[in-house]
Design a binder for this molecule. Sequence first.
Ligand SMILES: Nc1ncnc2c1ncn2[C@@H]1O[C@H](COP(=O)(O)OP(=O)(O)O)[C@@H](O)[C@H]1O
Ligand SMILES: Cc1cn([C@H]2C[C@H](O)[C@@H](COP(=O)(O)O)O2)c(=O)[nH]c1=O
Ligand SMILES: [Zn+2]
Length: 199
Amino acid sequence: MVVYSEDHTQETRRRGRIEVICGSMFSGKTEELIRRMKRAKFARQRVEIFKPAIDTRYSEEDVVSHDSHSIACTPIDSSASILLFTSEIEVVGIDEAQFFDEGLIDVCKQLADNGVRVIVAGLDMDFKGNPFGPMPQLCAIADEVSKVHAICVKCGELASFSHRTVKSDKQVLLGETAEYEPLCRVCYLRALEQDDSNK
Ligand SMILES: Nc1ncnc2c1ncn2[C@@H]1O[C@H](COP(=O)(O)OP(=O)(O)O)[C@@H](O)[C@H]1O
Ligand SMILES: Cc1cn([C@H]2C[C@H](O)[C@@H](COP(=O)(O)O)O2)c(=O)[nH]c1=O
Ligand SMILES: [Zn+2]
């Protein structure tokens, strides 16, 4: 899939649509979200960006990528709050969508049905390789899904998996390079075997 193609028609068309950016940790989801939101701002569109308030890793009030790109956002506790802040908004960005409640699916649908361009970024899989939160349904109803990839830190192939390197079985555990590493399928399966033999 070509992610960085310049699809000017869709970008400036001012039609309701849902775009999903998904992949593993470190795959560039946040960078791509920021890039699209900044271009919408340059086009003088009214934009609003949201993230779950629990995501306080780099900043409480900005969406920040692992490479320190950032954009101001509104932290919210529940997907229902998005509708309260978006009456005049043309482009809505949502980061870390995997942490939101299932209500996010209907919120995105309502916005798009009302002519809003919705750009959602999130982890498609958790550390166990299972679908994460509302992401699978969002992919299903999206007009466009961009799957982005990190580089496997073991072998240099494309990585689709986020391997947790610390002991915890909770689905939600905020973290960065100290807690997670992006791996390709082969290296991920090998790492899980290693984890099992260390138990
Ligand atoms: N193994 C890796 N593969 C690719 N990018 C990496 C890796 N480790 C660190 N990075 C950094 O992460 C950046 C992407 O960060 P970000 O957009 O926040 O990703 P995501 O939101 O998908 O976690 C890259 O531009 C790069 O600087
Ligand atoms: C795999 C996995 C990740 N998380 C957490 C770790 C980070 O805080 C975010 C993902 O951030 P990124 O922008 O995609 O790098 O999610 C988690 O809670 N559970 C998991 O299984
Ligand atoms: Zn690998």
